[in-house]
Design a protein around this ligand. Structure first.
Ligand code: G4P
Length: 529
């Protein structure tokens, strides 16, 4: 048994595009000394882009499509940061990534407040009671009143809030931030070129030293605000935070590196270590896996292929849930019941990959494989164990795949299966005819598929509108499903695991079929087994 996992902090940053997630990621790495110079995260991203054409979509549209993991250490803790695509068309991917974290930082733009994507991602976190730390970014720019922003978070998200770090002026009057718990003022570095904040300890907000450091007029205003804030909001309560009902709030500037070290310090102090994970045993019995359990277990929340097209690699990202994993261990994939010798597992560091010798609950391990692992798979020493909560979502956009060069049909099928295994799209083979269909949740994924087919698999294909607008998995007794399938053969297809689905021309038609066939369940989500 190991309690090493106690110092793991596995978290994600959730935000609306442009709120500053990338900048904050970079500055967190800088604060932890995982990288030395600001700009390295981007520079690395650009080198990668140069390798892979499909990533040009990221550039063109200014969004981040890939989900990546990064491990770094700070003050005795090991942090595993999972990046989530901000664009709503990749929400499936994000949803699954959030099943692999124990806490999240929510980045809010001080000029904009809660935006639609922040809200959606927050709701996903709430479903799993993931504790949230709020970072209100860009206070160095003209923004909204701090009370206004806090009230919005409290009202719209129905959370208690505890201000932890307060801004001293905003926009043109921005002077720094004040750490209310430690009575410390965060000021611009004397050497601005370094961009680091420096902190000065004071006795309280009333310390006269602050007038000299900041200026009496601004300080007087801020004293009043902080007094109101301290009186008006709940004191910090660790349990309420870990239950997901209270969020500590940090005002800061990722770009100018204000409040970044404080944020990281408090993720270390407050964010929970790995907890229990819901799972199912062979006889369909529900259980939960304790990180203390001796058997090794983990699940795949993401598969990324061709990160380096020169090597045709395919990496499954596994969140470890229990036991002490050791390199070369043999683990069973529950879905296929096949053993997998994990010879070359890797940790993703900020600028490097490192061979994993040992890993514990909370760790994110990359496992190179040739198709043995798909999103949702459980890897374990315990027979029949399957982690829950990684569903497939019924696609809302369905296209017929039409090959430009019919000679390449085999290649195409292989490519489509590989893409589907990454979890961003699904493929369906109709009972009748030779076509096949691809289904996605967001339309941007169609562009990604087209570009990746060309760039990585050298296949040109068109994805044509086909008249179907909804997919439902069928569930029920074998005979009821068979009867429905016989009567509706031209609207039946199979997913890549061979399960039958109903293709409907509209959401309405799907609902109608459901009404007319009470013995069959029409499912919008499906847990993989
Ligand atoms: P994202 O990953 O959430 O989409 O956001 P990203 O970090 O790319 O930041 C979006 C824009 O906001 C960037 O400007 C970035 O420099 C800026 N930004 C981030 N944090 C702060 C901050 O604390 N203060 C200020 N003033 N700006 C901030 P950009 O012009 O779109 O890109 P770039 O050319 O600067 O890279």
């Amino acid at each position: 048994m190991t309690d090493e996992y106690q110092n793991r902090r596995t978290f994600a940053i959730i935000s609306h595009p442009d709120a500053g997630k990338t900048t904050l990621t970079e500055k967190l790495l800088l604060a932890s000394s995982a990288i030395r110079l600001a700009g390295e995260v981007k520079a690395k991203g650009e080198r990668r882009r140069a390798h892979s054409d499909w990533m040009s979509i990221e550039q063109k549209r200014g969004i981040s499509v890939t989900t990546s993991a990064m491990t770094f250490e700070f003050e005795g803790n090991v942090f595993n940061l999972l990046d989530t695509p901000g664009h709503e068309d990749f929400s499936e991917d994000t949803y699954r990534t959030l099943t692999a974290v124990d806490s999240a930082i929510m980045v809010v733009d001080a000029a904009k407040g809660i935006e639609p994507q922040t809200r959606k991602l927050f709701e996903v976190c709430r479903l799993r009671d993931i504790p949230i730390i709020t970072f209100i970014n860009k206070v160095d720019r003209e923004g909204r009143d701090p009370f206004d922003l806090i009230e919005e978070i409290s009202d719209q998200l129905a959370l208690d809030v505890t201000p932890k770090v307060w801004p001293i002026g905003t926009g043109g009057r921005f002077r720094g931030c004040y750490d209310m718990e430690h009575n410390r003022v965060l000021l611009p570095a004397e050497d601005q070129a370094l961009g680091f904040e420096r902190s000065v300890d004071v006795s309280s907000p009333d310390d006269p030293k602050l007038n000299d450091l900041i200026g009496a007029d601004i300080m007087d205003e801020v004293r009043g605000e902080m007094e109101l804030a301290a009186e008006g909001y709940a004191p910090f309560d660790l349990q309420a935070f870990r239950d997901g009902t209270l969020t500590p709030v940090y005002f800061g500037s990722a770009l100018r590196q204000f409040t970044v070290a404080e944020l990281l310090r408090d993720v270390g102090r407050y964010a929970p270590p790995p907890g229990k994970q819901k799972a199912r045993l062979a006889q369909n019995e529900e259980t939960s896996v304790d990180p203390d359990a001796e058997f090794v277990s983990g699940f795949v929340f993401k598969v990324q292929a061709n990160m380096d097209p020169n090597h045709r690699d395919r990496i499954a990202f596994v969140r470890m849930c229990s036991g002490k994993f050791q390199r070369k261990m043999k683990l069973k994939v529950t879905r296929t019941n096949k053993a997998l010798a994990v010879a070359n597992p890797i940790f993703f560091l900020a600028q490097d990959r490192q061979l994993v010798e040992e890993a514990v609950a909370g760790d994110i391990v990359g496992i190179p494989n040739h198709g043995a692992l798909g999103v949702g798979d459980t890897l374990t020493e315990r027979d029949g164990l399957q982690f829950l909560g990684l569903p497939d979502f019924a696609p809302e956009i369905i296209r017929r795949v039409r090959l430009d060069d019919p000679m390449k049909s085999k290649q195409m099928k292989r490519a489509m299966i590989a893409l589907a295994e990454e979890g961003a799209s699904q493929i369906f083979t109709p009972s009748l005819g030779s076509d096949f269909y691809v289904g996605v949740v967001g339309s941007l994924q169609l562009d990604v598929i087209r570009e990746r087919l060309k760039a990585e698999y050298d296949v040109a294909a068109s994805l044509e509108v086909c008249g179907y607008d909804a997919v439902r998995w069928l569930s029920g007794t074998e005979s009821d499903i068979d009867a429905f399938v016989r009567l509706n053969r031209n609207a039946i297809a199979h997913d890549r695991y061979g399960s039958p689905v109903f293709l409907a021309r509209s959401q309405w038609e799907a609902g109608y079929a459901e009404e007319k066939n009470p013995n069959v369940k029409f499912l919008k989500t499906r847990e993989r087994v």
